[in-house]
Design a protein around this ligand. Structure first.
Ligand code: SAM
Ligand code: GLN
Length: 283
């Protein structure tokens, strides 16, 4: 069989099953099986595919039809300017989170000290920590997670990207393993409300780690804890940056206001126009 026909058939199959980006997924999975770039399919649609590769592709299509995310099937996900390894121990990094990275870098550009210390709470695949470290060599990140399996993924990504000298990884509950002061604290904590969890798309609910997503009634548990504990680890005038669910930013700002520890609070929208990141400066 040739690439053109294989892709058309898989695309149709995905579309009929209600998979959201059928053509893209078919191309990414076939490119993975052939160890080539997707562009190859435009250049060479008549390329023949041997039976062994086709059999592998069909297995992966079957997994995708059960809603397994493409990133878990291929063990890779693009984020910022690099490709990260991922597995089922980590949340698949989302493009929305790049907005948090942009905001943190904006703050860093205004800080002139030779070493900027950043804490990333709940680092998962290491996405945020790695993006920050790769942009500015003077950034030093402490990246924490409660999951040892997630930290193993983040550490591997740091080594692969040769950023391990800039990042220290610590396992533990929120601030518990941290004994330092920071210029900036960032976090994309779990923020899915208990009552929303069962309504998540199957690809998220059935495959991504529950402990990376679920956050109590209203989904605000982690914001309350982080806002309350962050001041003890932030330098004066240091910044707290939190990713939030689109409907949560006002509530998180209220939590920060009520703590009496922060000023200069603002909300940044993501590229879909939804409120996504809150910024607050320690008084
Ligand atoms: N930072 C990554 C990103 O943006 O793609 C992952 C974010 S994911 C939404 C939240 C992460 O917080 C998960 O890796 C999870 O294991 C971690 N986590 C959950 N509860 C935690 C806790 N009590 N202390 C530290 N990390 C926690
Ligand atoms: N953005 C994720 C989702 O929509 C949630 C991530 C989080 O809880 N921090 O599934």
């Amino acid at each position: 069989m040739i690439v053109h026909d294989i892709l058309n058939e898989a695309t149709l199959c995905f579309a009929e099953a209600g998979i959201p980006s059928p053509r893209l997924d078919a191309e990414v999975l076939l490119a993975f099986c052939l160890d080539c770039d997707r562009l190859e399919f435009f250049k060479n649609p008549l390329r023949p595919v041997d039976e062994k590769v086709l059999a592998l592709f069909q297995k992966l299509v079957t997994r995708r039809l059960k809603e397994e995310p493409v990133a878990y099937i291929t063990s890779r996900k693009e984020f910022w300017s690099f490709v990260l390894e991922v597995n089922k121990s980590v949340l698949i990094p989302r493009p929305d989170t790049e907005v948090l990275v942009e905001e943190a870098l904006g703050i860093c550009k205004g800080i002139t000290i030779p070493e900027i210390k950043i804490l990333d709470i709940g680092t998962g695949s290491g996405a945020i920590a790695l993006a920050l470290a790769c942009e500015l060599p003077r950034i030093r990140v402490t990246a924490t997670d409660i999951s040892a399996a997630a930290l193993a993924v983040a550490e591997k990504n740091a080594r692969n990207l040769r950023l391990d000298s800039q990042i220290k990884f610590l396992q533990g509950n929120l601030f518990q393993p941290v004994g330092d002061f920071f210029d900036i604290i960032v976090s994309n904590p779990p923020y899915i409300a208990d009552e929303e969890y069962d309504k998540l798309p199957g690809g998220v609910k059935n495959y991504e780690p529950r402990e990376a997503l679920q956050a109590g009634l209203g989904g605000l548990d982690f914001y309350r804890k982080i806002v309350n504990e962050a001041p003890a680890h932030l330098k004066h005038d240091g910044w707290l940056l939190l990713e939030t669910g689109a409907a949560q930013s006002v509530k998180v700002i209220s939590i920060a206001e009520a703590s009496g520890q922060f000023d200069d609070m603002s909300v940044r929208n993501d590229y879909a126009g939804l409120p996504r990141v809150i910024k607050a400066r320690r008084k």
